[in-house]
Write a protein that binds this ligand. Sequence first.
Ligand SMILES: CC(C)(COP(=O)(O)OP(=O)(O)OC[C@H]1O[C@@H](n2cnc3c(N)ncnc32)[C@H](O)[C@@H]1OP(=O)(O)O)[C@@H](O)C(=O)NCCC(=O)NCCS
Length: 399
Amino acid sequence: MSNGIANFIQWVMTMPTDNDARTATYSPGLDGVLAGETALCHVDEGEGGLRYRGYAVSDLAGRARFEEVAYLLFFGKLPTRSELQDFTTQFAAGCMLPGPVEAFLGVVPPGAHPMDILRTSVSLLGMADPDASDCSHDANLRKAIRLMGQIPLVIATAYRLINGKAPVRPQADLSFAENILYLLTDRRDGETTKAMAQVLDVSLTLYAEHEFNASTFSARVTASTMTDMHSAITSAIGTLKGPLHGGANEAVAEMFCEIETAERAEQWVRESLAKKQRIMGFGHRVLKKGDSRSAIIQQHAESLGRICYDHRWYEIAATIDRVVQQEKGLYPNLDFYTAVAYLLMGIPRELYTPVFVCSRITGWCAHVIEQQDHNRLIRPRALYTGPAAREYLPFDLRS
Ligand SMILES: CC(C)(COP(=O)(O)OP(=O)(O)OC[C@H]1O[C@@H](n2cnc3c(N)ncnc32)[C@H](O)[C@@H]1OP(=O)(O)O)[C@@H](O)C(=O)NCCC(=O)NCCS
């Protein structure tokens, strides 16, 4: 046999076949699967903790303003003072809602969940965006910066209109976190407000990015078809909404409010565990030994409780935490103590997951940019579990 024919046979034998999907390793829920590459963030369960582009999140939270973290995710470096100034000027300029979005916010169906309103609004924002279908690096960056400014405004405007309040504009002298607090709670001045805004800033930094979590992965899958950024973000918002993902922070606060007092917490959680119910804000697909972000926000939530002279939510949370660790060996994730902090700030409960979006929009957009800059369509295989091959039968022969 000539070398040419032998090489041809070898090549044919290594060609992918339909059977590859059966023999490839299969992991339900893609647990532990490396599904792509990223230079944005490294999730390490050990000493390293979580890092954004090499920087430990424990160093960034509370020291860098959230705007610096957003810049880091978008541009790959921490900004100088003047770069940060330019950046904040840019997204402040983009803090406007096009007419069709304002009109939509005025007619949303009563009782609509703010995450649904946000999902539809981002879709509408895409139709009005001057760079809508341009997937170049620079156009994607411009859209990311605009979305960062527009999303808090959508959330606040929708919430205020639904509750019969006049919309307010972000204030030029306030930081990103201060503006969110102002837009959602009317708080602007005073020492307590300042402390709340600092904790909110920390929580935004902690929420900004977490590699291939479900919503980011859905954004990347969508972006990998080279569709537009707003389509990818719309996918991500729909994915984040679920209680197993971003919706957990709202679900945690609901649980705290149902429990009401620290005295009732232990019995409540034991009964729930006995009924095999999941305790919201515990567990993580990747972080089985604990979530380093949780310890950071826990500390801030506790000290905010002291500043506000309100220990109730923290005490309920600490009791649940103790019992769940004891009984299930599960640790709190970022959503758990964040709910304590947001309750203290007076942020309306149904806006907790939208506030998560105000932060995670930076990670999502950075991933969309990274995906489209080095694109390969994401298209895995499925393990077929249906019937064996069978013949089509005409009606008369079917039983
Ligand atoms: C996040 C989450 C979906 C990760 O799940 P996962 O890695 O796929 O783990 P599984 O869903 O397979 O659960 C494994 C076991 O732990 C239990 N478990 C996981 N999270 C639990 C929780 N929050 N409360 C009680 N039990 C929990 C499951 O019931 C399961 O027990 P079993 O083996 O006896 O059936 C899961 O921990 C959860 O539902 N948490 C609550 C929601 C939440 O806080 N989401 C935010 C995540 S950041």
